[in-house]
Design a protein around this ligand. Structure first.
Ligand SMILES: [Zn+2]
Ligand SMILES: [Zn+2]
Length: 284
């Protein structure tokens, strides 16, 4: 007797056909992409979800993917820098003892080296803004140790700098974190009316005096707990000036949130720009 119950939908031919085609394309190397970090060709892993193009498995080869893990080693609890002697554990570093930073807590994902550094270089200097959701996820993972804020702000750029680059990478990160966390994002609370010199060739002391009065915070910051978002912390002088401006305007607490921490308190922007120029020259 025929079963008159609705029959389950037959297996979609496009499923196996698509899979067979994908395997054939893989075999022919047609699905290969270049790893964001080492530039070697690789076949991105199959990922069916909507964010597949920003997942690490679609951007980095398997070897480089293993480098994108959060930093779990010892660090200064104020600025995140790893101690020169790993046996020192989570002790406050000399720079923070000498000049205690104005923020309360600091959260970051990884050290500014290897695949994470390369990903941030692409994002900052090369306009690869599709990396924002990936980096936003890293930030979301790292802020679990901080108390929830009332608002997120990005380290702002001066208008002239913004015109030159076309975007503010810190704002793009803050926007991604806002989208993932639902926390309010404000671009009005903090501004950068004073351009300052290019930081690239300045040492830690000069960087501090260069940015000290660069930022202006709105009186609307009064009574708020604020996370300040940036891409990389190097000497901490920019974050220091931004946090000081917000606290001077009455913010009750400021926490520093950044994607990566340089392993040393040394300027890296000049070598970063040289690295990007060298890579562009090699790839052309
Ligand atoms: Zn690679
Ligand atoms: Zn420190």
């Amino acid at each position: 007797m025929p079963d008159d119950k609705p029959q389950p939908h037959p297996p979609a031919r496009c499923g196996w056909l698509g899979s067979a085609l994908a395997h054939m394309q893989n075999a022919l190397g047609l699905n290969q992409d270049r790893c964001l970090h080492c530039l070697r060709p690789f076949s991105p892993a199959f990922a069916a979800h909507a964010h597949a193009t920003t997942a690490p498995e679609s951007l980095l080869c398997p070897q480089c993917r293993t480098q994108l893990v959060p930093y779990a080693g010892p660090r200064c609890p104020r600025c995140g820098i790893p101690p020169s002697d790993p046996q020192a554990g989570n002790s406050i570093c000399g720079a923070c003892l000498q000049n205690p930073p104005p923020w309360s807590g600091a959260a970051f994902y990884g050290l500014y080296q290897g695949a994470l550094r390369h990903t941030l270089l692409r994002f900052k200097f090369d306009g690869h803004l599709y990396l924002a959701p990936l980096l936003g996820n890293f930030l979301l993972e790292s802020v679990a140790c901080l108390p929830r804020p009332d608002v997120i702000v990005a380290v702002p750029q001066h208008a002239a700098h913004l015109r030159r680059r076309g975007y503010n990478q810190a704002h793009e990160l803050a926007r991604a974190l806002h989208g993932l966390s639902g926390l309010p994002l404000s671009s009005r609370l903090l501004s950068r009316p004073v351009p300052g010199q290019e930081q690239a060739h300045l040492g830690a002391k000069d960087r501090r005096s260069n940015v000290r009065h660069s930022f202006a915070a709105s009186p609307e910051a009064r009574g708020l707990r604020v996370w300040i978002v940036d891409d990389v912390m190097t000497t901490g002088s920019t974050m220091n000036a931004a946090a000081s401006a917000l606290l001077a305007s009455g913010a009750t607490r400021v926490d520093a949130v950044f994607a990566a921490r340089t392993p040393l308190n040394t300027a890296t922007e000049a070598s970063d720009m040289q690295a990007m120029r060298g890579e562009c020259a090699r790839s052309t």
